[in-house]
Design a protein around this ligand. Sequence first.
Ligand code: PLP
Length: 396
Amino acid sequence: MKLARRLQAIKPSPTLALNSRAKALAAKGVDVVVLAAGEPDFDTPDYVKQAAVDALRAGFTKYTATNGIPELREAICTKLERDNGLRYTPDQVLVTSGGKQALYNFCQAALEEGDEVIIFSPFWVSYPDMVRLAGGTPVIVPTREEDGFAPAPDAIRRALTPNTRAVIINSPGNPTGAVYSRAALEAIAEVLRPHDCLIVTDDIYEKLLYTDERLGISDVAPDLVPRLVVVNGMSKAYSMTGWRLGYIAGPKPLVSAMQMVQDQSTSNASSIGQKAALAALQGPPDTITAMVKEYRERRDFFVAGLNALDGVRCRMPEGAFYAFADVRGLLGRSYKGNPVTSSMQLSEILLDDFRVAAVPGEPFGADGYIRMSFVTSREVLEKGLARLGALVKALS
Ligand code: PLP
C-alpha cells in the first residue's frame, strides 16, 4: 500500500517492539525475564488512583480545555518553581498525553524542513524519529562513558550550525542513567550561549535520583531560561505510564503553537487523568522517596551482579532506572559455532535461547551496550542475572 513518504525515514520504536515480543511470549506461558520495559513495576499510588475515581464518580468525563484544566497548569507552575526555580505562568504550560506527545508537539511546532536538532548519544530512541517526522534533521553528538556520558564542549561546538534550531538535554538520561554534573552543564551552557537555538530539557527522570544533587541547565545558566523548553510528566516518577499524562512549558508563542498542534490532533489529555496528575503533584513527596529507596537497592544489587559477569561491565547509573551494560567484552566470542558481533545479535540470543528481554544498544546509538531495566522484583533480577551468566558460559 502506498504510504506517506515521510514515514520512510523513521522506524518503529525498537523498545516497544521488543517489549511486545516478550509480552507475547509470556502470554503463551513462556517464562520470560522482561528487563526491557521503560516502566517501574510499582502500582500508581492509591491517593492518585482515588483522585481519578472521585473525578469519574463526579462525572468529570467531558472534554477539557486543550491545554489542560487550570488547576493542573497552576500546580505545574508551582512544581516548576519549587523544584526547578523556574517561574512560568499557566498560559506557558501545555498538558499533554505523556512526555512523548509533549516532545512530538514541540517538533511539529518548532521545526521546519532542514532545521537541525542536536541530540547527544546514547539517546532515547524516539528523539531522532520525532525530529525526522517533523521534517527536521537529527544531528547526533556522541558522548563517552569516561566523561559520564556528558557531551564534550568541542563536539557540541562542531555540531552547531546556523540551522541548529534546538538541543535536547536529558539528565538523568535514558538509556545511560547518567546525571550531568554542574561542570558539564556549565560547559554546555557556555557553548550554546552565543547560538540562537532552543534548549529542550527532558526532565522525565528528574525524581529518580541516587545521588544528592541533580541540576538543570537553568540552575547554572539562568540567562538561558527565555530559550528553555521543559518537558516532564507523571509516568516515571509516579508510576503512571499507562495514564498518559505529561506537560511542556516554555516561551508563550511556542506553547500557543504547540497547543494548536494538539487542538488539531488529540485535543486535551484525559480528563480524569488530569485530576490524577493534580493529586500526584500535590501529594506527599515521601511516596516518591520510598520508591526511589527501593530502586536504589535493586540498582546496587543488579549492577554488582552484572559486573561480576566475565566480559560485562556496567557503570553505576546516578539516576533513572536502567543499567546500561558494556558488553563489548562478549562480542567476538562464538555462540553455537557462530561469532557474535553486535549487541543486537546478543539480545536476540538472550531472548530466543535464554528468555531474557534486554534492549540492544544500537537503537540508542550505542552498539556494544545493552539496556536493562532494574525496576522489577528482586526474584526477577536474580533470575535475569542467572540467565545472563548462563549465556556468558555458553559463549566461547
Ligand atoms: N523522555 C524519555 C527520555 C523517556 O525515556 C520517556 C519514556 O520512556 C519519555 C520521555 C516519555 O514518557 P511518557 O510519554 O510516558 O511521559
